[in-house]
Design a binder for this molecule. Sequence first.
Ligand SMILES: [Zn+2]
Ligand SMILES: [Zn+2]
Length: 261
Amino acid sequence: MFVDSHAHIDGEEFDRDRDAVIQRARDAGVSAILNIGTGDPHSGVLERALELAESHEGMYTAIGTHPHDARLFDDAAEKLILNLITQSSRIIAWGEIGLDFHYDNSPREVQIKVFRRQLQLAREANLPVVIHTREAEVETAEILKSDSHGLPGIMHCFSSSGRLAQQAIDLGFYISFSGIVTFKKAEELRTIAKQVPLNRLLIETDCPFLAPVPFRGKRNEPAYVVEVARCLAELHEKTVEEMGQITSENFANIFNLKLGE
Ligand SMILES: [Zn+2]
Ligand SMILES: [Zn+2]
């Protein structure tokens, strides 16, 4: 049993064969997928992600505004998100939120403000958060430390330093690894992954990008999360099935879910 803790399969990359992709995930033993709707919150992306979750067994959604789109987050977006949350139990997380100083698609001060605001809203809504952070380690750590107040969360597609991993773990967060950890040059990341306690590990694809070895360069999809589990299993001297079980249980714990029923 495996869980893909972070996927983007509501997008147009999967319009042609979405159902086949979901079926392949099931055939590979992926029992749950957390899909994240991202983009302009006023464009219908959030509704689309929710509809996808509602119409498939084992599919969940996170809802929120990505740091790329922070400049588009306003009162109307906030109201829309809060309203959607009341409509469906398939919305299990607030995200992805955070800071991306690599692309700087939104001004940094806006990203910081919107990140803080969404952390507060997530706390009020009692939803764990999904954190995206890139080239903004110090700021991310500071904000999580001052604003998360015990709120559980996931550091998704983790590719930062061991220091940030430890800070997040100390705050009660889970560390989710993507296909990056399987890349040949990711020795340092594998060293970090080896040090993350088993009860804080998660696996994800972050598809359609970042396909793990041996699918690197192809369109990524949830079935390939098994390859991430295989890599972590080797590092922690477990079987791939054991790692699937461990990461699935962690996912169920953070979201209070009963999987595989
Ligand atoms: Zn992300
Ligand atoms: Zn994402």
